[in-house]
Design a binder for this molecule. Sequence first.
Ligand SMILES: *Cc1c(COP(=O)(O)O)cnc(C)c1O
Length: 380
Amino acid sequence: MEVTNNIPFNKPYLTGKETHYIYQAVSSGKISGDGVFTKKCHQFFEEKYGFKKCLLTTSCTDALEMAAILLDIAPGDEVIIPSFTFVSTPNAFVLRGAKVVFVDSYANNPNIDASAIEALITTKTKAIVPVHYAGVSCDMDMIMAIAKKHNLFVVEDAAQAIDSYYKGRPLGSIGHMAAFSFHETKNIISGEGGMLVINDESFMKRAEIIREKGTNRSAFFRGEVDKYGWVDVGSSFLPSDIIAAFLYAQLENIETIQQRRKILWERYYNNLKPLQQKGTLAFPALPEYASNNAHIAYIVCNSLAERQQLIEELKKEGIMAVFHYLSLHKSPYYQQLHDGRVLPHSDHFSDCLLRLPLYYELTEQEVDKISAIIVRYYEN
Ligand SMILES: *Cc1c(COP(=O)(O)O)cnc(C)c1O
């Protein structure tokens, strides 16, 4: 066996049953979308989290694009989105011609500053898309109240937020719709994969159609209509049942996966807490309304230079630590389209946030080793 001391940033965890279920799916003779395993996954989510309707998609990006189509986003519409997020969040709406109005993060938490939203609403605003960064909930009461007052839709980007909660309510169950990701870097994975959750019943029927190339094939297979045809716009957003088979094996183990990640996250936290107490580095603030699903273990350095040095220190010992996101209001694609507002907190996280390795098979010893390097760096 190859012995290596390297610690990657991420390592996809296989629970053991994935290939067995894929074999079952293949043997069943039906491997296109909406087969047995897709239905099992939908049922799992609807029962465990009370999501009204779940539709697996090929990615979270696709789920966001479906949401934009369902909201009839058209040129001229405005959508309110945090600048500190992955490109897919705004891209899904920009694809339909929307103008994105970017919002800053909080000073001590990368999530959208909900108190800054209302001032940005115009007669053209159609939707708010909060992103639960690191699986930590946005201020959903405030966001839903603003949306209600101004007649806006809320699409939760819950890509990182599986099995996480706002005041005890599962994330993804609060907005009109929500998008989840099962990309291999997330807590629960299928390689590539995603899901659209629909909580507002008025979108349910049309969502099935958009996902099936604009046809009413889903209703046809349920025997609700006697022929199927082209009834709306749409695309091919549904994954093969092979992907759902993989995902189902993960879902059966969601409790153990979450438990393990939380143990490792807590260990980082306890190891590095003394540095935070001395004010040497910052830790993510967990608002009292939010749970922690241990999606990301991150620290916030004091400067870009410091983060770069720390990445180098870790790399010397074979440890991969990475950063993200570059503020999207400053991105090459969007900077000319942005209205010029300065978003300092988003920029601060872009420069200073550092993500540490966190995956199921990481050991306590490895967390201690990584923590010790960080402590040593700050003590020198
Ligand atoms: C991972 C991620 C996405 C994209 O998910 P895919 O399944 O890769 O399309 C979107 N938004 C956020 C916040 C993410 O972290």
